[in-house]
Design a protein around this ligand. Structure first.
Ligand code: CA
Ligand code: CA
Length: 129
């Protein structure tokens, strides 16, 4: 019977690791989600804000790099400067951390449910015998 608990813990651990990787997937400034922040992101964002509805970005969180809560041309320019002048601390990207929190909470709830359900199932089975 202990094997089942180890299995449940193993599944929960895999779930936790997976959710961590999902969170790490979004990179601040990587608006086309190809894993890098480069000029293509700056250009895409400039087009996205200039021509509404004609361009798609994969993450609004990653596009809001100035930290003012709005996505506009200033964000596209900052990504461009960030890519062009990587050593200039004045061009650092400031995506807001709090937008990723609900995702984390969802994952945490999923982990807790995955942890609790096999354990409670074990006790229900055990009590019947
Ligand atoms: Ca990119
Ligand atoms: Ca902004």
């Amino acid at each position: 019977m202990n094997k089942k608990i180890y299995m449940a813990l193993g599944i929960a651990l895999i779930c936790l690791i997976t959710s961590t990787f999902v969170m790490a997937d979004e990179i601040c400034g990587d608006v086309n989600c190809d894993g890098n922040v480069d000029m293509n992101d700056s250009l895409l964002l400039a087009n996205y804000v200039s021509y509404p509805g004609q361009y798609q970005i994969c993450s609004e969180w990653a596009a809001e790099v100035t930290g003012n809560g709005e996505i506009n041309i200033a964000d596209a320019m900052l990504i461009g400067n960030y890519v062009s002048y990587p050593d200039n601390p004045g061009y650092s990207l400031r995506c807001q951390e709090d937008l990723s929190v609900p995702e984390f909470n969802t994952s945490a709830v999923a982990v807790i449910v995955m942890l609790i359900s096999p354990i409670s199932a074990y006790f229900i089975i055990k009590s019947r015998h």
